[in-house]
Ligand binder design. Structure first.
Ligand SMILES: Cc1cc2nc3c(=O)[nH]c(=O)nc-3n(C[C@H](O)[C@H](O)[C@H](O)COP(=O)(O)O)c2cc1C
Length: 126
């Protein structure tokens, strides 16, 4: 499934994005900025996130590569008023080589890796 339609609008306007993984002690949520994911360029089936820290997130993904992202913006019209959200479910890997890593490093020299999310499902909220 691809990021398309109204979900694209939400991703284009969101200020920040929550990133949830599963660990041995339960769920773990971290964040990234909307302009960071837009800076790399969002393709329909992939989201690339610059990794500065995210050590726990990386450890979680090594055990269980499933990930869920959640973003939202008041600037996108929802069903009941201003505000729409979008959840992106998929699998992810922390990469320190390859095309995505090079793209992240050229835009964010501080990044130690690229978190690459392969999109399986996109659902809107509100
Ligand atoms: C709005 C927001 C944006 C953030 N952006 C990033 C980011 O782009 N990259 C990053 O590594 N951490 C970012 N952080 C910090 C992470 O949420 C997290 O605290 C940190 O990376 C440690 O992750 P860990 O608990 O998986 O080790 C951001 C936090 C917030 C609240």
């Amino acid at each position: 499934m691809n990021i398309e339609g109204i979900a694209t609008e939400v991703v284009e306007k969101t200020e920040w994005v929550a990133i949830a993984t599963s660990g041995p002690e339960g769920p773990h949520v971290v964040g990234t900025w909307g302009d960071y994911i837009r800076a790399i360029g969002i393709s329909a089936d992939r989201v690339v996130i610059p990794v500065g820290h995210m050590h726990k997130t990386e450890a979680n993904l090594k055990r269980d590569n499933r990930v869920e992202l959640l973003c939202g913006s008041r600037l996108v019209q929802g069903t009941h008023g201003p505000g729409k959200g979008c959840s992106i479910t998929g699998t992810a890997q922390v990469l320190t080589e390859g095309e995505e890593y090079e793209a992240v490093r050229s835009r964010f020299p501080w990044a130690r890796a690229a978190l690459v999310v392969r999109v399986d499902k996109v659902e809107t909220q509100l």
